[in-house]
Design a protein around this ligand. Structure first.
Ligand SMILES: C[S@@+](CC[C@H](N)C(=O)[O-])C[C@H]1O[C@@H](n2cnc3c(N)ncnc32)[C@H](O)[C@@H]1O
Length: 208
């Protein structure tokens, strides 16, 4: 069967992607044990990072969100094939939809957030399409547990500064610059970047 064509990039500011019919996620519906701590991976692409995490970390639930729907459908099929009750992928525009998506997630459950190698949208006129915006950071803050962490990674220096700036501007986070990735599993983009010998900018944020 032919696979649907997956666009390499979609414009998150296009009307269609600003008006996605996103419904609140009920952890009871998608996870075997909804009381486990939740790890949210934002912009998960094919979702292989959290797939591997879900295989090895049975004491956590993993939620990947992605704006390219065919990738989400394929990833959920793999989840079903492997019968992983601690993994789910959601189709949404993370810049605008996290507040609604996470609305019914009980307080204190969201313990880890990863934002890894988001699209840089290099051209100045496309900069508005970058994923991390103040409203998204506020949605994360609303749900992040008191002892929760946010890991940011990118190989693009100005994207690192921009993302970090959005989080620190809230005054609610303290930041640690990391030389190594504290997570054992690497994302697909991280592996590609490391193979090219490029630097990776990494920051771990904790609530103050
Ligand atoms: C360069 S890829 C990196 C994927 C993965 N995190 C990794 O490190 O291998 C960035 C991903 O973020 C997704 N993305 C971009 N903007 C998004 C948005 N507003 N909401 C959700 N996903 C988004 C893209 O479709 C793409 O799959």
């Amino acid at each position: 069967m032919a696979r649907a064509r997956v666009h390499q990039h979609v414009n998150p500011l296009a009307k269609y992607f600003r008006e996605l019919p996103v419904e609140p996620l009920d952890p009871e519906d998608v996870f075997d044990d909804a009381s486990l701590p939740l790890h949210l991976d934002i912009g998960c692409a094919r979702g292989r990072f959290i797939l591997e995490m879900a295989r090895i970390e049975k004491g956590w639930n993993f939620l990947g969100v992605e704006i390219r729907e065919p990738l989400v459908d394929d990833a959920n099929k793999i989840r079903d094939d492997e019968n992983l009750g601690n993994l789910h992928y959601g189709f949404c525009n993370a810049t605008f939809d996290l507040r609604e998506l996470l609305k019914d997630v009980p307080e204190g459950i969201l313990k880890a957030v990863t934002i890894q190698f988001p699209d840089p949208w290099f051209k100045k006129r496309h900069a508005k399409r970058r994923m991390v915006k103040g409203s998204m950071v506020r949605s994360i803050l609303r749900h992040l547990a008191d002892d929760g962490t946010v890991l940011l990674q990118t190989d693009v220096d100005f994207v690192a500064e921009e993302m970090l700036g959005e989080f620190l501007r809230t005054g609610e986070f303290e930041m640690e610059k990391l030389d190594e990735n504290p997570i054992a599993v690497k994302t697909e983009r991280e592996i590609a970047v490391e193979n090219k010998g490029l630097p990776v900018y990494r920051y771990l944020l904790r609530r103050k």
